[in-house]
Design a protein around this ligand. Structure first.
Ligand SMILES: Cc1cc2nc3c(=O)[nH]c(=O)nc-3n(C[C@H](O)[C@H](O)[C@H](O)COP(=O)(O)OP(=O)(O)OC[C@H]3O[C@@H](n4cnc5c(N)ncnc54)[C@H](O)[C@@H]3O)c2cc1C
Length: 255
């Protein structure tokens, strides 16, 4: 299928993108890598009247460490972050998790900001950000807002972003603690049936609910995962327990 008709505008600055969002209202959608939005439009699951292209705002693709914080710009591509030596040194959990995100062609276009804003409950990165106690930076005509990752993901494909707000960066506090990442998927590159990103005592499960689910190591693993064509809820619950046991074994008393 082809996408329904839409108007296209390209923003060259964050201020311009926010102003365009404010002008066009909830019918407008930003487009970054297009790897989730375009399939959704082609399947007619999304039909924005205006698509605002932020892909060329070059100030948003940086990766740097300052004051013990790793900052990744919203437009950093998955493949760039996966290959970045600073990320691998400071937050190897992200490097490992990104190996499981889709395939090279999709990673070459998909962006960190687009992935987090899309808020797919089966996606690796939202759970990583929750485990890492990351902070999402959002900009609107009213200014800058910082939102803890734990509060950012509010439901199935839902975030705390307002209609005229744009995600501009994610910030991860350093140093990173001992970590663990594993997912169970049918094939390499598929979305996970169940996955776990753990940092220290924080265990963030994905693909078990409508958003990442945070548990501490000491808490009982009470989950109520959904059933779908990939797995029953009971199977997901069992696999989550398997991943939790592997994480506890791998992290030992380090965490
Ligand atoms: C075949 C296939 C397999 C995939 N497998 C996986 C997988 O295993 N794991 C995984 O995590 N992902 C997977 N993806 C999704 C991929 O990672 C996407 O790149 C990512 O989810 C969205 O990033 P994007 O830059 O392409 O966003 P876009 O498609 O451009 O946008 C996605 C949504 O985010 C909004 N948005 C984009 N940027 C911003 C911003 N800066 N601020 C606010 N809103 C914004 C858009 O308006 C849109 O609603 C897969 C995609 C495909 C096509």
């Amino acid at each position: 299928m082809k996408a329904p008709r839409f108007d296209y505008v390209r923003a060259t600055t964050v201020a311009e993108a926010c102003a365009l969002l404010a002008e066009h209202g909830p019918d407008a959608r930003l487009i970054a890598g297009g790897q989730s939005l375009l399939p959704a439009m082609n399947l007619r699951l999304a039909s924005p009247s205006v698509v605002i292209d932020i892909g060329r705002i070059s100030s948003l693709d940086g990766i740097d460490v300052r004051n013990n914080v790793l900052r990744i710009g919203a437009l950093a591509r998955h493949e760039t972050v996966l290959r970045d030596a600073t990320v691998a040194l400071h937050v190897p959990l992200l490097t490992e998790a990104l190996r499981h995100v889709a395939h090279p062609a999709i990673r070459a276009r998909g962006t960190i900001g687009g992935n987090l804003a899309h808020a797919d409950p089966a996606s690796e990165l939202p759970a990583c950000m929750v485990a890492l106690e990351a902070v999402v930076e959002a900009v609107s005509p009213r200014g800058v807002r910082r939102i803890m990752a734990e509060a950012f993901f509010t439901g199935l494909f839902q975030t705390a972003l307002e209609a005229d707000e744009m995600l501009t960066a994610v910030e991860i506090p350093l140093p990173s603690r001992p970590w663990f990442f594993q997912e169970i998927a049918r094939r390499s590159g598929d979305y996970a049936i169940v996955g776990l990103a753990a940092v220290g005592t924080r265990l963030a499960f994905f693909s078990v609910d409508d958003r990442p689910v945070l548990r501490t190591r000491s808490a009982a693993l009470e989950l109520d995962p959904p059933s779908d064509l990939q797995a029953t809820g009971a199977m997901r619950g069992h696999l989550a327990g398997v991943l939790r046991d592997r994480a506890l074994l791998a992290l030992g008393s380090e965490a």
